[in-house]
Design a protein around this ligand. Structure first.
Ligand code: PLP
Length: 391
């Protein structure tokens, strides 16, 4: 395939996909692949889900975009649905994860300004985190490899060790306006925060009058077996950033806030495309399937099924060091080069991407069929067998 004039920002697999159905993708020769990437936790209902294609067809023939100078039924209804299922009261719509983080950081800064004036501006973020590629989100992403070529980043940030409450206590002060945490670090290697850590982080935020912001862009929207990730941990943050699965493949991001964090007023923030009727109609259809359709309710069952299979594989193949993750945000920690392993999976028609330096991520659609799980696990075992023969 010609690379056309695409800017060289990704190392891509040498393949062109033309069609997708459920958990499967088909290349230009009709060859089938098991898709356990789901567009990186985006296609939560799999490919070509009828509820999504119908919402796109119906809504696009009525009204696609009107700008935020006017109201649309779809945006209003989606905001109500999101708040109905959560503990929060207002929603800002945008188009991607990094945009949701930008909004989250600005909410933190505005909150600090109101509560403590210009000096209350420090945003704490976690080592090994990932929050996006725009300058604000990049500035609170705790991985040097993404940051180093783009200095200077925004000021007023401070990093803390993930899951280390003593370190967070040391880093907190009255100048802190917000603390950003991914309840499960996705990109960083499928690292779960401890419930106790999140509880104490929340208490620290209350003590120092800072906002607790959860980045649920990857771990949210049903992936952990609860509609929102925080519900799995029982710790309610002030601000939640979402994107990825929220549109099931159609771009949409959102930030929701509780009463305390509802600080933005007209003129503070905006987005031309954010909350357009088409994106909101699709997201409404996705949420309906996830909730009324019972998809989220079955995530734990499917998770247990995959995990039990992965544990069996771990017994048989000692290159597997650990099975990580919650719900359908799963990782396999390996003792071999994971980039190489991911390539071997691809050669065996299983799509799986890496996370961190030593983990293979498994992110099937949330409605993945058990048959498809079996199939994927067979392909995975073939790859593992290859390593055994080489040993
Ligand atoms: C993917 C991701 C982002 C960035 O989202 P984009 O839509 O790529 O901008 C931010 N945070 C987390 C946890 C993510 O997984």
């Amino acid at each position: 395939m010609s690379k056309g004039n695409i800017m060289n920002t990704y190392g891509r697999f040498d393949i062109v996909f033309e069609k997708g159905l459920g958990s499967k993708l088909y290349d230009s020769n009709g060859i089938e692949y098991m898709d356990f990437v789901s567009g990186v936790a985006v296609n939560c209902l799999g490919h070509s889900h009828p509820a999504i294609t119908k919402a796109i067809a119906d809504q696009s023939s009525e009204l696609m975009h009107i700008s935020n100078y006017y109201w649309s039924k779809q945006a209003v209804e989606l905001s109500e649905k999101i708040c109905y299922f959560s503990d929060h009261k207002s929603v800002f719509f945008c188009n991607s994860g990094t945009e949701a983080m930008e909004c989250g950081v600005k909410i933190g800064r505005k909150y600090g300004k109101i509560k403590g004036g210009a000096d209350k501006n420090i945003v704490i973020y976690m080592e090994n985190s990932f929050h996006g590629r725009t300058m604000g989100a990049l500035s609170v992403t705790g991985q040097k490899k993404y940051q180093e070529d783009f200095m200077p980043l925004i000021g007023g940030t401070r990093s803390a060790k993930f899951n280390d409450i003593e370190d967070l206590k040391d880093k907190m002060s009255s100048e802190v306006c917000a603390v950003i945490i991914e309840p499960i670090q996705g990109e960083g290697g499928i690292n779960s925060a401890a419930i106790e850590y999140l509880k104490q982080a929340k208490e620290l935020c209350e003590k120092y009058d800072a906002l607790l912001i959860f980045d649920e862009i990857q771990c949210g929207v049903g992936r952990l077996g609860t509609l929102f990730a925080y519900q799995k941990f029982g710790v309610i943050p002030d601000v939640i950033c979402m994107a990825k699965g929220l549109g099931g493949g159609f771009p949409i991001g959102a930030v929701m806030t509780n009463e305390k964090a509802s600080v933005l007023v007209p003129g503070d923030h905006g987005s031309t495309f954010g909350g357009n009727p088409l994106a909101c109609a699709v997201s409404l259809a996705v949420l309906k399937e996830l909730t009324d359709g019972g998809v989220v309710d079955k995530v734990n069952e499917k998770s247990e099924y995959i995990i039990s299979k992965l544990k069996d594989l771990k017994e048989k193949y000692p290159i597997i060091e650990e099975i990580k993750g919650v719900g359908l945000l799963l990782g396999i920690k390996l003792k071999v080069d994971v980039k190489e392993f991911s390539k071997k999976c691809f050669e065996n028609k299983l799509l799986a991407v890496t996370a961190g330096s030593d983990v293979i991520r498994l992110l099937p659609p949330l409605n993945v069929e058990n048959d498809d799980i079996d199939k994927a696990m067979e392909l995975l075992e073939k790859v593992l067998q290859g390593y055994n023969q080489n040993a």
